[in-house]
Ligand binder design. Structure first.
Ligand code: HEC
Ligand code: HEC
Ligand code: HEC
Ligand code: HEC
Ligand code: HEC
Length: 189
């Protein structure tokens, strides 16, 4: 290799390469942020369903729709049939309700977009948390105030462990609650 060639590599190529690597890392880091820690993830939904209206103003119980939340691992999203318990009558003149009825009549599932998600290799279970008296708000925020639901707290390993270790600081109202597990096998089974 000639000296001038090496000189070119060191003075021009190397800085450019380093620059590209750093910028693309920074860009990916920034862009993929919502998917990684999830906070602020507020996807647009196929029907403008308002938690503020149903769970807030009308004070419907979360379990009316999220039937699994105190029984199984998953809270579950209600089928259109649950909505039609009321909407065969309520507001059936509204375009959003007519759209809802189309899904119902055609027997189609509503393509609700997922808001919260932990990776498949991590194990989370709603019923163990909910049945110990932990309120939905501890993890999902003030859902009864949300027109469109969005993620307000992060579900990284760090944040799960933060509550598991400091449960009495995080949930002062639950005096006799046990700490959550810290052993890897509890969440990676
Ligand atoms: C009338 C039925 C109904 C009631 C009552 C209801 N929800 Fe929902 N919930 C839904 C539907 C439908 C979705 C999916 C669409 C969306 O995200 O807005 C959903 C989505 C959610 C999600 C986000 C799910 C995801 O994809 O991660 C959370 C969290 C949630 N609800 C919590 C609650 C809480 C807490 C309450 C009670 C305060 C409640 N819901 C009451 C119907 C309901
Ligand atoms: C317990 C009865 C009940 C259930 C169950 C219910 N709703 Fe409603 N919903 C209502 C009532 C009543 C209103 C009208 C409230 C108002 O305008 O003050 C309403 C309003 C709405 C509106 C606004 C309509 C408009 O444009 O004014 C939408 C959209 C809606 N509901 C979607 C849903 C969906 C989707 C589900 C199922 C996940 C659902 N609702 C389940 C009673 C219900
Ligand atoms: C200890 C924290 C915590 C509490 C308390 C909690 N959730 Fe969740 N919730 C989560 C996590 C984490 C996910 C994502 C789960 C996954 O990806 O499997 C989630 C997902 C959901 C979903 C999406 C569908 C599903 O089954 O995964 C709904 C709906 C939901 N929660 C409703 C509720 C309701 C209603 C309550 C209260 C009765 C509640 N959650 C209490 C942490 C919590
Ligand atoms: C707000 C506090 C809080 C948060 C946030 C939380 N946990 Fe927990 N978790 C607890 C408590 C308290 C217990 C212990 C309940 C008991 O046994 O009394 C527990 C228990 C568990 C258990 C043991 C249940 C069993 O089946 O043996 C698992 C697994 C678990 N949590 C996973 C998670 C994961 C994964 C996350 C994050 C996505 C998470 N938790 C977030 C408070 C929390
Ligand atoms: C309370 C539940 C919980 C416990 C206990 C736990 N993890 Fe995790 N872990 C998670 C969750 C949730 C994720 C996925 C979210 C994320 O990327 O942070 C995760 C992600 C990971 C990852 C993927 C890399 C990363 O950071 O994204 C590794 C590796 C891992 N855990 C190893 C461990 C080991 C080793 C232990 C024991 C010392 C352990 N975990 C204990 C919940 C837990």
């Amino acid at each position: 290799m000639k000296n001038s060639q090496l000189d070119y590599i060191l003075r021009i190529r190397l800085p450019i390469t380093i620059f590209i690597v750093i910028t693309s890392f920074a860009l990916t880091y920034y862009i993929s942020r919502p998917e990684r820690d999830g906070i602020g993830n507020t996807p647009e939904q196929p029907i403008q369903f308002s938690h503020k209206l149903h769970a807030g103003d009308m004070k419907m119980d979360c379990k009316y729709c999220h039937t699994g939340v105190d029984k199984t691992r998953h809270a579950m999203i209600p089928a259109v049939g649950t909505c039609m318990n009321c909407h065969t009558i309520a507001r059936k003149d509204r375009p959003q309700i007519q759209l809802l009825k189309t899904y119902y009549d055609e027997g189609k599932l509503l393509p609700w977009k997922r808001v919260h998600k932990v990776p498949d290799y991590a194990y989370f279970n709603h019923s163990v948390h909910v049945n110990k008296g932990i309120d939905c708000t501890a993890c999902h925020g003030e859902v009864t105030q949300m027109e469109i639901i969005g993620q307000v707290s992060s579900f990284t390993m760090g944040s799960c462990l933060d509550c598991h270790k400091n449960v009495h600081d995080k949930l002062p109202e639950l005096k006799s609650i046990n700490k959550g597990p810290n052993n890897c096998y509890a969440c990676h089974r």
